[in-house]
Design a protein around this ligand. Structure first.
Ligand code: GLV
Ligand code: MN
Ligand code: MN
Length: 412
């Protein structure tokens, strides 16, 4: 069953848009370092805005920098169909994590223009601010749905002490729109899989059925600074030694929750970080994920016990703050089915897949019908400058996405 004729997706145009966007923040190793609200991010926002305007869109910005490019439908009063992702990257990121979802949406608008198709509903392509959470903890999509308090987010600082709101202003990304004023008919996001399954099993496209639960903590271990030569080993209150024991235990907690429980310490700061002073304070972040709520609860309990055990040794104190919690989720059954119909009619080999990564769509799913498509990335590598995808797979994902978006956008 085919709902509508397929759109003339231009695979080369899609590819070259990635190449051009990937120049902004390009690294010598062929990756991208375009962290949120940096000058590189500002350039990416400007390029997206230019391309969207050239495609006939109006572009608006909300007060956390989310960019909304709108291609008007015949009836602008109807809730729009939304698709998009993020333009920020990890410090050692690639060309596709995030950018693909934005450029996939743009390619659909360009193809609609080429085909001269006017949709009933408007279509919005959104570039959400700071999805990666590298520089600032909270994403624009979480703020959009009200998951995070705006004042709290504005006051949160990056590792250099710069406030989120000040960083928005600094690159002229703080817009006039209030948060969350757009009721959507449906939300779609295309993304690279960031894992090895589609490539291993030979599928061009994955229809994402749901996503992991995730808890992020920030931990402070406090001991006491001391002289590295004169303080006997048994009298030390070394915060880094205590933090290191915790890091090893946290790895074990991940290993104890197979096959999909994962636990990562990816950021750690040592104070005063001097080679001949015993570390007095260490802060680090924990990222734990599991497909089920029982798994999340079990991992959280094990982490609490590990912190307590370290504190009971009597050398350091350990405080642990929750940055945020996401429950495991299931994407909207109707939209998932619609994506499958589009995939069948386009003769693409597709499979159901579950996301262990976080996405803007995971926040939006709590508020409006939402679904995602994945395409393979080489060797499953992501959050790495080696991230790579093929022109054919990127285009296949857009074709599946386009069929579903067109079906929803033609509904009265
Ligand atoms: C987003 O990149 C995540 O951490 O899953
Ligand atoms: Mn992403
Ligand atoms: Mn990412």
């Amino acid at each position: 069953m085919r709902n509508h004729p397929s759109l003339p997706i231009d695979a080369d145009r899609l590819w070259h848009s990635h190449e051009e966007m990937g120049q902004l923040g390009a690294t010598p190793k062929g990756g991208v370092n375009r962290q949120a609200l940096t000058p590189e991010d500002q350039q990416a926002r400007a390029l997206f805005t230019k391309w969207a305007q050239q495609a006939g869109c109006t572009v608006e910005t909300d007060c956390v920098g989310n960019l909304f490019a709108r291609r008007p439908g015949r009836d602008p009063s109807l809730p729009a169909v939304c698709t998009g992702s993020h333009l920020d990257t990890q410090p050692t990121g690639g060309k596709y994590d995030g950018a693909y979802g934005v450029l996939a949406g743009l390619e659909i608008l360009r193809a609609l223009n080429d085909a001269g198709i006017e949709t009933e509903r408007s279509i919005e392509v959104v570039a959400w601010t700071n999805e990666e959470g590298t520089r600032f903890a909270h994403s624009g999509s979480a703020l959009f749905v009200g998951k995070v308090d705006l004042a709290e987010a504005y006051n949160a600082t990056d590792p250099a002490g710069i406030r989120f709101e000040d960083a928005l202003v600094a690159i002229n990304a703080k817009g006039p729109l209030p948060l969350g004023n757009r009721p959507y008919d449906s939300v779609f996001e295309a993304h690279i899989e960031q894992g090895p399954i589609l490539e291993r099993d030979g599928y061009a496209v994955g229809i994402v059925t749901g996503a992991r639960g995730q808890t992020r903590y920030t931990v402070t271990v406090t001991g006491m600074e001391g002289h590295a030569g004169t303080m006997p080993m048994t009298m030390r209150q070394d915060a880094l030694v205590a933090a290191s024991r915790l890091v090893v235990t946290l790895e074990q907690i991940g290993l104890d929750h197979p096959p999909q429980g994962v636990c990562t310490v990816g950021a750690l700061t040592v104070y005063p970080n001097s080679r001949n002073t015993i570390p007095g304070t260490v802060t680090f972040d924990i990222d734990l994920r599991h497909p089920t709520q029982d798994g999340i609860d079990s991992m959280e309990a094990a982490i609490a016990a590990a912190m307590q055990a370290e504190q009971h040794k009597g050398k350091v104190s350990v405080t642990c703050t929750v940055l945020d919690r996401d429950a495991p989720l299931t994407f909207d059954a109707d939209l998932v089915a619609l994506l499958k119909v589009g995939a069948d009619s386009l003769d693409r080999p597709v499979m159901d897949i579950f996301s262990m990564a976080g996405h803007d769509a995971c926040y939006l799913a709590a508020h409006q019908p939402t679904a995602m498509v994945f395409v393979p990335c080489k060797n499953g590598i992501s959050h790495n400058e080696l991230e790579s995808a093929t022109v054919e797979d990127l285009a296949a994902g857009v074709e599946v996405l386009a069929a579903a978006i067109l079906a929803r956008a033609m509904r009265r």
